[in-house]
Each structure stands twice: as structure tokens, then as C-alpha cells.
Design a binder for this molecule. Structure first.
Ligand code: ZN
Length: 568
């Protein structure tokens, strides 16, 4: 039977519902029928709601409250059916709005209700007066830009859907929480709403964890691509020789061949090796770096290829070697020339057959590892001296890449300096003004025998010794000022304003060390001194002699003997 009229809620008819409430105070319980209830502070709920909105945003918070109301709507529909078995459809239905009122959530005034449980027809329009959620908005959140009676709406949807046995959706067509004059809701079967599907999504729990995991995955893939970029030889350099190396390693990265990195100590071979790895198809697999010189010869085989329990005294446990750990990825063998003959033989087998046996084991294991080897001494010479297997050398030398020393790419030095300054500023939480012009000039003319590693150490020292907002001086870069490529000492102005010869820089002991340390002969020293003196004296021999503390004939004799005079 269809019922369609404007019903009045008679609050005396509540009695069957109010009787369900039992305060069992001594037990710490309140009952509503068979459901345990809570009497809680509206303020507390308001604060909770504000926190939800602030931490998860309006849409997610709205979903939570809609679902909160939904859960209690389902239970109340069950109760209503139980309590009013012999009543009219409408009276049973009205238990819902009455319960809402009874719980102190809102006063409900039905405006229009059409119900037919047989055909499933439903239309409802109700006004909400003094919604607790509007009050929350007024006290805690401030006005919203959309209807705000979320939990009430969830309740209405669930209660009516359960009552009708089909999905009924209510919407708030106006709400005081967003500045309207009244809170009015309208309900009808889901299919009569155009955006029913979109709205129904609020009723599905939408775990924020999934979104977080998703973001985490994106973050880690961003980190990998960042690493890939940074893996490009510190990502820094414009010199021709640097570009040549970049092109070479780009080519090497694509293939599967072994790569042999050649170059002085400190040129950044491990960084290049990592860069080859990161630009290859193996980028997501392990990169394992081994310095062969750092491992005692009697342990190197076990370290690289693994060991079986009992293989030798002290091998208490079987363990995999670096090659097995690098499986699928890349292994970087620095100072490969240090490998023992047996380790060389095993490495050759890995390269040729892709298999190895652990020390003390006879089981053959397959490994798929790309080898990048490096050395700062000539492998050819080691082969000639019988220290390195020729066949292994040919195998490793398929794709040799020579990395230039820093002094051959001095134009990259300012960029490298910037890079290391950035690194150490953040590491030491400092902000210097960078190198003074003189300090930079010194760096540009210094020979850097320790290459990029030495530069890195020097900049680190400079950052440590320099205060915030001050320039890094020569003295803070180098503990002992290096003697720079025989450039004449610069003139400077002394405290009296007189132009004098600079006495700064290394004392006599330093250049003495430098000369001996670099195997410079006495003849070379003498010749360099005389040439420099002549240059400063504009080729005037008398003047040059005075600079050197010699008589003119004495200098002339020496100049003649060394063949300099004949040139000039
Ligand atoms: Zn409202």
C-alpha cells in the first residue's frame, strides 16, 4: 500500500523506543535494546572531526563520518523492525527519524514521504533542525563550502536502504553548515540519482595506506632516477676529455661487455663504474664494489666466490661471495691486478662460462654478473712481469676507458669545487662564501696528484676551517701550501703601502720537500731559478744576478754552462 501524505511526528509515540534505554551505571554501561551505547561530549567529537579534516582533507573526513552514520543506521533499521512488527510501513519507517532525535543528534521534521515496500518505490523529503554537525561547524570548523551533515546523511541512507531492501540515497539539498537557511534532505532510489555511483564511493572504505604506498613507490622511483643522474661522474664536467669519457661509458653501459677503467688513483673510477651500472639494464639489481688490494690474498677467493663450511680452518659457516651477491647486477673490482693467481683463474671462468664454485665446494653455481675492473697500474706490464694472466687481461680489456687525471681537465675544477662545496655545506650544516679568488687560482694551478679524491678532501678541510659567511682561504684549503707550477711569486703591497715581493706561501722546507718528493734534479732547480730570475729582470743579467744573490759574472757563467745564455 502506498502511503503519501505529510506525516506529523508525535513525540508521545516514542515510548517504545525510550524504553529501550537502560543506564547500567554501576556496570559502566548504557544499553539501547541489545546494543551498547555511549554518551559522549559533542565538543570531543567536534575536535576529533576538526583533526580529521585537517589531517586528511575534507573529502576523506566526509567519507569517515558518512560511514560512521551508515553503521548505526543499519543497526537502527534492524531494531525498528523488531520493535514495531505490527505497525504500518510508515510508522516503522518513522522510528528512524525518531531514533535520530532520541539520540540527541537532530530534530527531524518529515516534509513528504512516499513508501511502497512492495514495489520498492520511495521518495522522502525531511528537514533537519539543530543538527549536531551544523553545531560542530559553527564551533570548531567554521562554515563549509558544501553540506556538512555527513554522519546524519550516512545514517539516513543506511536506515532507509535497509528498510526498503534496496539502495536508497539521501542528499542534503540545503544545509545550514554551508550557509543555507535550513538543512533539508531528499531521498530516492540510487538509480534515480545521476551521480549515484560517485556518491556511493563515500561508503567504501578507502584506506589511506594504499595511497601512501603508492606515493612511496613513486618516491623511490624518483630517487632511483635521481641517483642515475648523479651517477654520471659526479654529474659534472664540460671539458672535452670528460665528455669523451661520458660518451664511452654511455656506449659501454648499453652492452654486456666487461669494462676496464684505467686512470690514476682518485680519478673517480668507482663513481664511473656505478654510473655504468645505473645506466645499464641491470640498474635495479645490486652493484657490489670490491677493492682487491684491501683484502688479504689468502682470503680473496673466499671473499669473491664464497666458501663452504669446513673449507679451511675458521670457515665455520657456508657463505656466499661477492659474485653471488652481485648476481643479476654488476661487480666492480678495483685494483684487479692484486688478485692471486687462483682468484684470477676463477675470475676467468666466471667471465667465460658464467659459473663458479665456492672455496671447498664442488657444486657449480651459475652467476650472471657484469664485471667492471679497474687498475691504476699497467696491466700489460703486469702480464709481462708474469703477475697477471694474459688470457684474463684480454678478457677484461674488451672495453678499456681511460679516465683523465684532474690536471688534464682543469676547466672542470670550478664545477667540481661547487659540487663539493654544496655537499659539505649540507653535511656540516654550514654556509661559507666559497673559495676566495686566490684559493681558486691556487687550485687551478696545483697539480692534484690525488685527483678528485684529493680535491674533495681539500674542500672538506676548507669548509670545516671556515666560518659561516666567510670565504675559504688558501690556508684553510691546504695544511701545507703546495708549490705551484714554478709561477713567480706575485708582488703585493705591504702594510706601509710599498710594493714588495710576496713572502706568503710555503716556507723553504715545503719546496724542499716538493723538490725531493718529485725527483727534481739540482740542475733543474738551478735552471728554473735562473730562468725565473731572468724573466723577472726582463732578461737583464745584472738585475737577475742581484735577485739571486750572485755577482754578474757568476750568473753569466752558470747561464752559459746550462745553455740558457746562448738562447737569449
Ligand atoms: Zn545540514
Amino acid at each position: 500500500m502506498a502511503v503519501s501524505y505529510k506525516p506529523q511526528l508525535n513525540y508521545l509515540d516514542f515510548r517504545d523506543l525510550t524504553e529501550q534505554i537502560q543506564f547500567q551505571s554501576t556496570e559502566g554501561k548504557i544499553w539501547f535494546g541489545e546494543q551498547r551505547m555511549l554518551l559522549m561530549h559533542l565538543n570531543a567529537l567536534a575536535a576529533f572531526r576538526r583533526e580529521m579534516v585537517n589531517s586528511m582533507g575534507v573529502e576523506r573526513a566526509k567519507g569517515f563520518f558518512l560511514r560512521l552514520g551508515y553503521q548505526s543506521g543499519i543497526r537502527d533499521a534492524e531494531l525498528a523492525r523488531k520493535l514495531r512488527p505490527h505497525c504500518s510501513e510508515l510508522d516503522i519507517f518513522l522510528a528512524g527519524p525518531q531514533l535520530h532525535s532520541l539520540k540527541g543528534m537532530v530534530k527531524v521534521v518529515p516534509l513528504e514521504i512516499d513508501i511502497d515496500q512492495d514495489t520498492g518505490e520511495f521518495y522522502g523529503k525531511l528537514e533537519w533542525i539543530d543538527s549536531f554537525e551544523v553545531e560542530i561547524c559553527q564551533t570548531e570548523l567554521g562554515p563549509m563550502d558544501q553540506p556538512a551533515c555527513w554522519a546524519l546523511l550516512g545514517y539516513a541512507c543506511a536506515y532507509t536502504s535497509s528498510f526498503m531492501g534496496r539502495e536508497i540515497i539521501f542528499r542534503e539539498i540545503s544545509c545550514r553548515g554551508c550557509g543555507d537557511e535550513k538543512c533539508v534532505i531528499e531521498g530516492k532510489p540510487a538509480e534515480q540519482w545521476e551521480d549515484a555511483e560517485e556518491f556511493s564511493r563515500y561508503f567504501k572504505a578507502d584506506p589511506i595506506m594504499e595511497e601512501l604506498y603508492d606515493l612511496q613507490a613513486q618516491l623511490s622511483s624518483l630517487r632511483i632516477s635521481l641517483k642515475k643522474q648523479q651517477g654520471q661522474y659526479y654529474g659534472i664536467g664540460q671539458s672535452a676529455s670528460y665528455n669523451k669519457v661520458c660518451k664511452m661509458i654511455d656506449k659501454a653501459a648499453q652492452g654486456k661487455v666487461s669494462v676496464l677503467l684505467l686512470g690514476e688513483t682518485g680519478v673517480g673510477k668507482e663513481v664511473i663504474a656505478r654510473s655504468v651500472h645505473l645506466r645499464s639494464e641491470r640498474a635495479d639489481s645490486p652493484f657490489v664494489a670490491v677493492n682487491c688490494a684491501a683484502i688479504p690474498p689468502d682470503l680473496i677467493e673466499a671473499e669473491l666466490f664464497g666458501v663452504e663450511k669446513g673449507a679451511y680452518t675458521g670457515a665455520n659457516q657456508s657463505r656466499e661471495g661477492r659474485f653471488e651477491r652481485a648476481n643479476g647486477g654488476t661487480i666492480f673490482l678495483d685494483e684487479v691486478v692484486e688478485l692471486t693467481p687462483r682468484a684470477q683463474a676463477t675470475l676467468l671462468r666466471v667471465l667465460q662460462e658464467g659459473e663458479l664454485e665456492r672455496v671447498g665446494d664442488n657444486r657449480t653455481r651459475k652467476v650472471n654478473v657484469r664485471v667492471i675492473a679497474a687498475t691504476n697500474e699497467s696491466l700489460e706490464q703486469a702480464v709481462e712481469a708474469g703477475r697477471f694472466r694474459a688470457d684474463l687481461f684480454y678478457r677484461l680489456n674488451v672495453f678499456p676507458v681511460k679516465i683523465p687525471p684532474l690536471r688534464e681537465r682543469v676547466e672542470d675544477l670550478p664545477l667540481l669545487v661547487e659540487h663539493f662545496l654544496g655537499k659539505f655545506h649540507s653535511e656540516y650544516d654550514k654556509q661559507t662564501l666559497g673559495l676566495s679568488d686566490k684559493a681558486l687560482a691556487l687550485c687551478m694551478s696545483y697539480g692534484w696528484p690525488g685527483n678528485i679524491r684529493e680535491l674533495e678532501n681539500v674542500i672538506e678541510r676548507g669548509v670545516i676551517l671556515t666560518d659561516n659567511n666567510e670565504s675559504i682561504s688558501e690556508e684553510s684549503l691546504f695544511a701545507v701550501s703546495p708549490l705551484v707550477n714554478a709561477s713567480p711569486p706575485a708582488d703585493c703591497v705591504d702594510t706601509g703601502g710599498k710594493v714588495t715581493c710576496s713572502q706568503s706561501g710555503g716556507g723553504p722546507k715545503d719546496w724542499f720537500e716538493h723538490i725531493l718528493g718529485n725527483g727534481i734534479s739540482l740542475e733543474e732547480v738551478e735552471e728554473t731559478l735562473m730562468r725565473s730570475a731572468l724573466e723577472r729582470a726582463n732578461q737583464n743579467v745584472s738585475k737577475a744576478a742581484r735577485l739571486l744573490g750572485l755577482t754578474r759574472p757568476a750568473l753569466a757563467y752558470r747561464l752559459k754552462k746550462s745553455g740558457i745564455l746562448a738562447e737569449t
